[in-house]
Ligand binder design. Structure first.
Ligand SMILES: [Zn+2]
Length: 311
């Protein structure tokens, strides 16, 4: 089962999916988040709708919105856009520790992992608002060794997974924090198939990719179009050769409406480089439709299927 902002769907129905994108982001600190009223909500819907219509026309059926609470998450906007486009849109629970923890409210920083987990489990059980439930847990850690807050958030996400079956997508971007996140999951007896290493394409050491894949984690190569396309072509070819293509997710980490900037000066990156740039090149390199379907349909279905994965 996959949980969308309009309710649960069978994982077989998710179709072609973009697993890591953003509709809106507010990079101000947790204490300074801009209140989104109906006027601003209408502006965001108006600006972002054409980009979602575009991917619907390209055959996508599901869209995972990776903006957590205190980074601008607004589930009402997501539901409006889902209703207008027919796309499945999936939102998240969890807190974002990257950015020196400025998106974790100061009043919560002393809480225990159990306390954090309880807040997120509550969003799953009782909805975020208006009956809208999260479809995954999104966390983020700072680069390098995990600080105290990061470690608590990761342990909390492992606890919340065991309680809810929601998959955890954790923003990393460099090898040390990624390996420490994986270690905490293993310590808490969570199978690494419940963990998506977000921004894994930024981990320079390919041996670390192989190690994480071998231990069972999903790796997200989510900056397609943000780097020369050859970079992702080469990564995909290497992973195919090593036999781990079943564990790879691809996306653009694109969008988004920046809250706090007027709608006229938004600079949106479309969600289209996979379709227009990556796939034609994969085909040129004789990587067939079966692999493309695995990356865009089967792997997202497996990764985000809601089920408890104990070690
Ligand atoms: Zn992102």
């Amino acid at each position: 089962m996959i949980m969308t902002v309009r309710g649960a769907v069978d994982r077989k129905e998710i179709g072609k999916s973009l697993v890591h994108e953003h509709i809106l982001v507010d990079f101000s600190s947790a204490e300074e988040q801009i209140v989104i009223d109906d006027n601003l909500r209408n502006d965001i819907v108006e600006v972002m709708l054409p980009y979602l219509v575009e991917i619907k026309e390209l055959g996508y059926n599901s869209f995972f919105e990776c903006t957590p609470k205190y980074v601008g998450r607004d589930v009402k906007i997501l539901r409006i856009l889902s209703e207008k486009t027919g796309l499945n849109i999936i939102t998240n629970t969890g807190f974002y520790g990257a950015g020196e923890d400025k998106h974790v409210p100061k009043k919560y920083r002393q809480l225990s992992p159990e306390d954090f987990a309880e807040m997120w489990i509550n969003e799953w059980k009782n909805s975020i608002e208006d009956g809208i439930k999260p479809g995954f847990i999104k966390t983020a850690v700072n680069p390098g060794p995990l600080n105290d807050i990061d470690e608590k958030l990761i342990r909390a996400s492992a606890f919340a997974h065991l309680e809810t079956g929601l998959t955890v997508a954790c923003h990393t971007g460099e090898k040390q924090c990624a390996l420490e996140v994986a270690k905490i999951f293993e310590e808490e007896k969570v199978d690494l198939s419940a963990l998506i290493i977000v921004h894994a394409d930024a981990i320079e050491d390919f041996d670390v990719h192989l190690e994480l894949l071998d231990r069972g984690a999903f790796l997200e190569y989510d900056s397609v179009g943000g780097r020369p396309i050859e970079y992702h072509l080469n990564l995909i070819e290497r992973v195919i050769k090593e036999g781990f293509i079943d564990r790879i997710l691809i996306s653009h980490d694109a969008g988004w409406f920046t809250v706090g900037k007027p709608k006229e000066s938004q600079n949106i990156r479309p969600y289209t480089d996979i379709s227009y740039k990556l796939i034609p090149k994969l085909v040129e390199r004789n990587i067939g439709e079966d692999i493309i379907n695995r990356l865009l349909v089967d792997n997202p279905g497996e990764a985000f299927d809601i089920k408890v994965r104990r070690r």
